[in-house]
Design a protein around this ligand. Structure first.
Ligand code: SAM
Length: 250
C-alpha cells in the first residue's frame, strides 16, 4: 500500500477524514492513477499512521476516510544525529537515502577542512531542496514514522556547538587504534547520540583534537578503510543495532 505523509492539521480524527494536498496529489492521480475506493497508508509525521480510503480526487486535493489506525512503532527511541563531512554531491543521494532507511533522526551537513565541495550560498538552497526530496521519498519507501531532518551546511565550529547539546558524541577515525565503536557505545544509557563522519579526505589531526576537547569519543570502525558514504551507514547501523531497534524488535 502506498504511503504518504500528511500534516496533522490535515487529519480530522473526530470526523475520521483526512486530505492530501501539494505535490503528492499529482503523484497519486497521474503517476499511481489511484481511484476512489482505493486504500493508502497515511502517516502524520509523528509516529501515527492510518489506513485510509480515497473518497475524492480533485486537481489540488485528495479526500480520504480513515479506516483504521495502525499500532506500529517505526521510530527508534534513540535519536541519531549524523554529522556528515560534506562529500562530493554525487554521494549525497546514497548517503541521505540509506541513513533515512536505517532510521537516523537528523542529518547535519558540515563543511570541514578537507571537504572538497564548498556549496555556495546561492546554490545551497536549491541543493538542500533536492536533498530534502530524496529524504522524503526514502522516508515513504522505508515507512518511517517521521521524516528525518536535514540541516546545513554548518561550519566545523557551528557543528561543535551543536554537538554540545548531545548526550554523547562519537567520531569514527581510521587512525584510531585502541577504542572501538563497540566498546565506546556499549550499554550507553542515552536518548540521543551525535556521529561525525569525515569527508572523502577524512579529518585533519587538529579537527580530531578539537572534537576530543568537547568529549567526543574517537573510535575505530575496524581494520578496513570505509568510504565516507559507507562509514556513515555502517556507524549509524552499528549504533542503532547496539542501542536501539535496528535488527531487533519487530
Ligand atoms: N583517511 C581516509 C583514507 O585513508 O582513505 C579517508 C577518510 S575515510 C574515506 C572517510 C571517513 O570515514 C573518515 O573520516 C572516518 O570518519 C570514516 N572511516 C572510514 N574508515 C574508518 C575506520 N576503519 N574506522 C573509523 N572511521 C573510519
Amino acid at each position: 500500500m502506498d504511503r504518504f505523509f500528511v500534516d496533522k492539521n490535515n487529519i480530522d480524527l473526530e470526523n475520521g477524514t483526512c486530505i492530501i494536498e501539494g505535490e503528492d496529489v499529482k503523484h497519486i492521480s497521474k503517476v499511481l492513477r489511484c481511484k476512489v475506493g482505493e486504500k493508502l497508508e497515511i502517516c502524520d509525521k509523528d509516529n501515527s499512521e492510518y489506513v485510509c480510503e480515497i473518497t475524492d480526487i480533485s486537481k489540488n486535493q485528495v479526500d480520504l476516510n480513515i479506516i483504521e489506525k495502525k499500532e506500529i512503532k517505526r521510530e527508534s527511541d534513540l535519536k541519531v544525529k549524523l554529522y556528515q563531512g560534506l562529500p562530493k554531491s554525487t554521494k549525497m543521494e546514497f548517503i541521505l537515502q540509506k541513513l533515512t532507511e536505517v532510521g537516523v533522526d537528523e542529518i547535519i551537513l558540515v563543511s570541514t577542512k578537507r571537504s572538497v565541495v564548498k556549496v555556495d550560498d546561492k546554490k545551497e538552497g536549491k541543493k538542500l531542496e533536492r536533498w530534502e526530496r530524496i529524504i522524503y521519498e526514502a522516508a515513504k519507501q522505508s515507512k518511517r514514522g517521521k521524516i528525518p531532518t536535514l540541516r546545513g551546511v554548518l561550519s566545523f565550529d557551528e557543528a561543535l556547538e551543536d554537538m554540545k547539546n548531545n548526550d554523547m558524541n562519537i567520531c569514527p577515525y581510521e587512525n584510531e587504534k585502541t577504542v572501538s565503536i563497540k566498546s565506546a557505545i556499549r550499554e550507553a544509557d542515552i536518548n540521543n547520540i551525535g556521529i561525525f563522519i569525515g569527508p572523502e579526505g577524512g579529518f585533519e589531526e587538529e579537527e580530531i583534537q578539537t572534537l576530543q576537547n568537547i568529549d567526543s569519543k574517537v573510535v575505530s570502525l575496524g581494520p578496513r578503510i570505509l568510504r565516507t558514504e559507507t562509514a556513515s551507514v555502517v556507524a549509524s547501523s552499528i549504533v542503532l543495532y547496539e542501542l536501539s531497534d535496528l535488527g531487533g524488535n519487530i
